[in-house]
Structure formats: structure tokens, C-alpha cells
Design a protein around this ligand. Structure first.
Ligand SMILES: [Zn+2]
Length: 108
């Protein structure tokens, strides 16, 4: 059970307390189950083209020719890149010094 009081989903004020298995809002009286309110948002998982979760240190293969932004370099399909780093955001994967979209990569 969490000891931190989450904000009320109804009125968004955070003066809430736990009563049994429910959170109760002190402001508007709204009650909601502790389990739901305590569910942490899923960690942002970076997935490759096949939906496989990627992790730091993975090796990936480029699945289509990728023009590297800001340079004349093209990463050819089939290029293997070792030791990737996940950065999050749109171009979530740092691979070989490039910031790449995970959707164009496949875990090797
Ligand atoms: Zn409330």
C-alpha cells in the first residue's frame, strides 16, 4: 500500500487519505480503489520492429536503409550495430553514435 497520497482523479486535488482499500478525497469525497490508483504507469519500453523490447547493450540490425539526419551517411539495411543505448523519445535508440527510431531496428 502506498504511503503517498495520489491526487483525486475527480477533482485533481491531492488532499486524499486511504480508508481500507479505498482512497478517499477529502475535498469532494470521491472514493477509488487503492489498487488502481497505485498502479504505476508502465515503464516506457522501447520496442523494435517486431515488438521485442530493447535494452541497453543490445545488438540491433537495421531493417531498411536509413538516411542519417544531418549527414550524407546512409545506414544500409542489414547493418549490425552493437551496444545500443536507449534514450527515449522519438529517436529512442542511440546506435553507433546515431539516433535511430526503434521501429527501423530489429534485435539481433
Ligand atoms: Zn476530489
Amino acid at each position: 500500500m502506498s504511503t503517498t497520497a495520489p491526487a483525486c482523479p475527480q477533482c485533481t486535488l491531492d488532499e486524499t487519505h486511504i480508508d481500507g482499500t479505498n482512497h478517499v478525497c477529502d475535498t469532494c469525497g470521491y472514493e477509488w480503489p487503492v489498487e488502481i490508483a497505485d498502479t504505476a504507469p508502465p515503464e516506457e519500453t522501447v520496442r523494435d520492429a517486431n515488438g521485442v523490447a530493447l535494452a541497453d547493450g543490445d545488438t540491433v540490425v537495421v531493417i531498411k536503409d536509413l538516411k542519417v539526419k544531418g549527414s550524407s551517411t546512409t545506414l544500409k539495411v542489414g547493418t549490425k550495430i552493437k551496444n545500443i543505448r536507449l534514450r527515449g523519445g522519438d529517436h529512442a535508440v542511440e546506435a553507433g553514435g546515431y539516433m535511430l527510431k526503434a521501429e527501423f531496428l530489429r534485435k539481433a
